[in-house]
Design a protein around this ligand. Structure first.
Ligand code: PMP
Length: 371
């Protein structure tokens, strides 16, 4: 099997599974308990917090969560305030941000959606025109899970400083963390979301970085764990396995490898002029439009050949159309013919080249029947 859907999830590091097992079966203590064994566990998860801060290059707090969906909910609902505040999102957001924005809107809050440019990045001119002194929160993703577009966080921060320096800046960093080399402190981000299963850690665990906790209110209530921002006993095994994945995911080496993989794959598929390659900058993600053929049909045909690809965000594959591509100016036929290829460093160049060849072959077979 050639797995090319690594933006949906990644295979866990074996070492991360071993770490999980240790904290599940040996040092399984509740970190909130008072005896020394539990205090040691509490210190261990604090070390995992430090790993996240260090990798991001920032100072502040880390709240452990059940994944990016929860982190995004805490960041957005936790930032809202009464009064005439405005909340700004992009059209390109993952449903775990976009649907929270829609919910805010339905509750009567003033919500703006910024469109995307043809290259998938946020339309910075629209953003400039939208922000004002009533803006409470700007929430944009770092790397698009659909297209691999990388938003210019430095520019967004500059626009914010110019128009609404007090507004909070939340970034969904799920497809960027561990995968790109950056220093978050350069962008003055207030809230940053990560999810372990995108970088070879376990599913169901993630974190929210918070620069200044006084900007945030808790949205759930309970025992007061995670500074009160996320009550409930921490997923210790998951957190420690995530820490292991951070330590063992070689960002630079993987980046160089996936750059090569993407290049080779693009070389293969661009031999067919009916295939449009989307511009996304991240080497991890490649969007393709396959003229005249439904993306789902291609996905299924490739599956029969032992190649697994995505047709957009796994969380929204059942939804008709695609809001993100629509915002980038693609028409409904292009949207229907979209597939997503996403790489990881342990793939072999030959595998990826074979997959590219197979894609062209499968596509043309189907094309002959539909044209
Ligand atoms: N944001 C982005 C950009 C994503 O790609 C995903 C996963 N598809 C999520 C949020 C949701 O992550 P999780 O599965 O950890 O809730």
């Amino acid at each position: 099997m050639i797995y090319l859907d690594n933006a949906a999830t990644t295979k866990m590091f074996k070492g991360a599974v071993a770490v999980y097992e240790k904290y599940a079966c040996q040092t399984f203590f509740n970190p909130s308990a008072g005896y020394d064994e539990a205090i040691k566990v509490s210190k261990d998860i604090d070390e995992a917090r430090e790993k996240i801060l260090k990798k991001l290059g920032v100072k502040g707090s880390v709240i452990f969560t059940s994944g990016a969906t929860e982190s995004n909910n805490i960041a957005i609902f936790g930032s809202k305030r009464n009064g005439k505040w405005e909340y700004v999102f992009s059209e390109g957001e993952h449903p775990s941000v976009y649907n929270v924005a829609k919910e805010l809107e339905s509750q009567g809050y003033i919500v703006h959606f910024i469109g995307l440019r043809k290259d998938g990045q946020v339309d910075y001119d629209q953003l400039l025109n939208c922000l004002n002194e009533r803006t409470r929160l700007i929430s944009t993703m770092h790397v698009s899970n659909e297209t691999g577009a990388i938003n210019n966080l430095k520019l967004i921060d500059e626009i914010r400083q110019q128009k609404c320096p007090k507004a909070l800046f939340h970034v969904d960093g799920v497809q960027a963390f561990c995968k790109l080399e950056y220093n978050l402190s350069e962008y003055n981000v207030d809230l940053y979301t990560i999810s372990a299963h995108k970088f070879c850690g376990p599913k169901g665990v993630g974190a929210l970085y918070v620069k200044n906790t006084s900007s945030l209110k808790n949205i759930t209530f309970g025992g007061g764990q995670e500074g009160g921002y996320r009550s409930g006993t921490e997923n210790v095994g998951g957190i420690m396995a995530m820490g292991y994945a951070i330590d063992n995911y070689d960002t630079q080496a993987n980046y160089i490898k996936v750059e090569k993989l993407k290049e080779e794959f693009v070389k293969e598929v661009s031999k067919d002029l009916k295939i449009t390659i989307l511009e996304g900058e991240s080497p991890y993600i490649l969007g393709l439009n396959l003229q005249g053929v439904n993306g789902e049909t291609i996905m299924r045909a490739l599956q029969d050949e032992g190649i697994l690809v995505g047709i957009g965000s796994a969380c929204s594959t059942k939804k008709a159309g695609n809001r993100v591509l629509n915002s980038m100016g693609y028409d409904i036929n292009q949207i229907k013919s979209h597939i997503r290829i996403s790489f990881i460093g342990d793939l072999k160049v030959e595998e990826v080249k074979d997959a590219g060849k197979k894609l062209v072959e499968v596509y043309n077979r189907i094309w002959e029947n539909v044209k």
